[in-house]
Write a protein that binds this ligand. Structure first.
Ligand code: TYM
Length: 346
């Protein structure tokens, strides 16, 4: 399983809502497509999810759902270590150490923090939300990942991760690999179908905002057919705000077909927006159908998911604990002389 010649990647998705085709095209699809190129670590980041309020029952259920979707999308547990973030205590421990190295100014500058904080009452914004990117840095640095396959919205968090790794290495000596963001060419920023000027998000309300990975084909088709476009006729890739709807549909199409801009524009020459929407719906449904079939098969196989997650946690812990031990030593923590657990009877 561990092939030292391969570079290591790590990424994660929050179990905080229904996964959208944005999560799929910006992240999951590329994890799957590139799983033979890398040594792979993919976690379900439940510690991140509680930076905003979550219902406990629902969080547990979504955590299972997202782990199953990783495999349903095509991740092979023989090739990828799939695990739940909270199963590895080292994430929270390293996050604390990195928190102590994080200037408040760096965290206050994060645009995702500002956006999410702006949606809440000022006095209910948690320190967890501010520290979100530090925990993300801990996820990545614990595994000494070279690459982090994510969508475009994570670029700034990756920069912060690199800054924190460099800062730690500078103060305490070379410890962490400096990771790079791996951002796809097409699909890195899928926009809302109802509002193509804002990012498609699992937390945005609206019946026609997003296609979810578990949407039945008819629901997916209906949402795409109702996508906001413009009053023109031209089917071209464009950065103009007024063409954002058409551009978004073309981008979704491109992320799934891998065709070039020129080939796609040529294939829609002389056609209307209705034809474009039909074509997009077809490729989206063709991608979702096998994924949904595998998802239901997986959940029917009693104990399988739990076994994959247990194996994943064991493999992840081995690597994470090695890094954490080195970090604690460099920071100056006294190595414990006891064996865990201490005072079990207390
Ligand atoms: P989350 O759950 O918000 O998003 C998961 C992944 O989906 C990508 N994504 C999108 N890509 C394209 N278009 C969209 N509309 C879209 N919406 C979401 C995100 O860029 C992300 O890759 N902070 C991370 C979770 C995380 C993480 C990590 C990632 C925690 N620790 C360590 C990598 C490494 C996040 O955004 O989750």
């Amino acid at each position: 399983m561990t092939e030292p010649s391969k570079k290591r990647v790590l990424s994660g998705i929050q179990p905080s809502g229904n996964l959208t085709i944005g999560n799929y095209l910006g992240a999951l699809l590329h994890w799957v497509e590139d799983q033979d190129l890398y040594e792979n670590y993919f976690c379900v980041v439940d510690l991140h999810a509680i930076t905003l309020p979550q219902d406990p029952q629902e969080l547990r259920q979504k955590t299972r759902e997202v782990s199953a979707l990783y495999m349903a999308a095509g991740l092979d547990p023989q090739k990828a270590t799939i695990f739940i973030q909270s199963h590895i205590p080292a994430h929270a421990e390293l996050a604390w150490i990195l928190t102590c190295l994080s200037p408040l100014g760096w965290l206050n500058r994060m645009t995702q923090f500002k956006d999410k904080a702006a949606k809440q009452q000022a006095d209910s914004v948690s320190a967890g939300l501010l520290n979100y990117p530090v925990l993300m840095a801990a996820d990545i640095l614990l595994y000494q990942a070279h690459g982090v396959p994510v969508g475009d919205d994570q670029r700034q968090h990756l920069e912060l991760t690199r800054d924190l790794a460099q800062r730690f290495n500078h103060i305490y000596g070379e410890t962490f690999v400096i990771p790079e963001a791996l951002i796809p060419r097409a699909g890195a920023r899928v926009m809302g179908l109802d509002d193509p000027l804002s990012k498609m998000s699992k937390s945005t309300a609206g019946d026609y905002h997003a296609v979810y990975l578990l949407d039945p084909p008819n629901a997916a088709r209906k949402k795409i057919m109702r996508a906001t476009t413009d009053s023109g006729r031209e089917i071209r890739f464009s950065t103009l705000p007024e063409k954002a709807g058409v551009n978004n549909l073309l981008t979704i199409y491109q992320a799934l077909t891998h065709d070039s801009n020129e080939a796609i524009e040529a294939s829609f020459e002389g056609k209307g927006y209705g034809d474009l929407k039909k074509a997009v719906a077809e490729v989206v449904i063709a991608a979702l159908e096998p994924l949904q079939r595998r998802y239901h098969q997986l959940l029917d196989e009693e104990g399988y998911l739990e076994q994959v997650l247990a194996d994943g946690a064991e493999r992840a812990a081995t690597l994470a604990e090695k890094t954490l031990k080195e970090v604690k030593d460099r920071v100056g923590f006294l190595a414990p002389a006891h064996r865990w657990p201490v005072n079990r009877d207390c």
